[in-house]
Design a binder for this molecule. Sequence first.
Ligand code: 3HC
Length: 311
Amino acid sequence: PDADAEAYFDAVIAADQKIEPRDAMPEAYRKTLIRQIAQHAHSEIIGMQPEGNWITRAPSLARKAILLAKVQDEAGHGLYLYAAAETLGADREDLYAQLLSGRQKYSSIFNYPTVTWADVGAIGWLVDGAAIVNQVPLCRCSYGPYARAMIRVCKEESFHQRQGFQSLYVLARGTEKQRAMAQDAIDRWWYPSLAMFGPPDADSKHTAQSMEWKIKRYSNDELRQKFVDMTVQQAEVLGLTLPDENLQWNEERGHYDYTQPDYDELMQVIKGDGPCNRQRMANRREAVESGTWVSEAAAAYAAKQDTRQEA
Ligand code: 3HC
């Protein structure tokens, strides 16, 4: 039976079909999916903090409503992704514990501070823009539940990216101070956004296997390049500049040449030495502790409902 199961798995992958929860799959395939999906989910949940920091200080009711909707969306994305990880046999409480213990990570990008209101626009435009470039190919990932979760996530990310772009567009056409604030935010978020795509392909330990299993459809460097090519033109429309004087259209490559982000910094941030790592984890720990009564009450209520139904 194992040989048949392996042949079945290989045939499904080769035919660009989907592996579903009840299908036989190599243990390493299951493990790397739990690893990636869990970290993706952790990123969505921790990612609520940098923006949440500005909900009470949004400059207008409209901006506050948009920001609230976006932060709520990120919580929903986390929920989808934890649920997708559970279809692989992962235990949600265990994933939470792995995040808090630091054994599982979340995206480096959320360890940078949001120091002005313009950061909310820069995050929407650059971070969610990068997320879209990374997540659209994941809609074609070989694992069914993950691919399907991405379809809904990508629709909501487009709104996140558009609202960020529009906010920066308004600031860039406001007072000199507002324009300077928008430019400062782009200067601070550009290189960390490039680093979001991961280490260079030569240093990426998972890319080869993930591409063979059609989890990853493009390499880290391919997606990073795609993001740069797309974003340069948008910056021109904004009338703001990207902080890289080597940014240059390369005719024979058909892409923009650009300066790479600092990968040593990326490794430092992933290791836990970024500007906000400790604060993000302390906030997460505090949220779990102060929110325990809510989950306990919900569980008690659900248990009571079950006994009522049995009676
Ligand atoms: N931040 C944190 N860790 C990172 C990282 C980053 N930016 N880039 C790479 N890593 C880690 C990897 O997780 C891996 O470590 P591990 O073995 O402990 O998991 C190691 O560095 C080597 O990197 P690889 O390139 O070999 O790893 P992957 O093949 O997993 O590629 C990835 C990294 C491209 C981030 C891939 O995991 C991925 O596509 N993940 C799903 C998408 C995701 O998580 N996006 C993060 C942002 S979430 C988001 O955008 C929300 C939106 O609302 C803003």
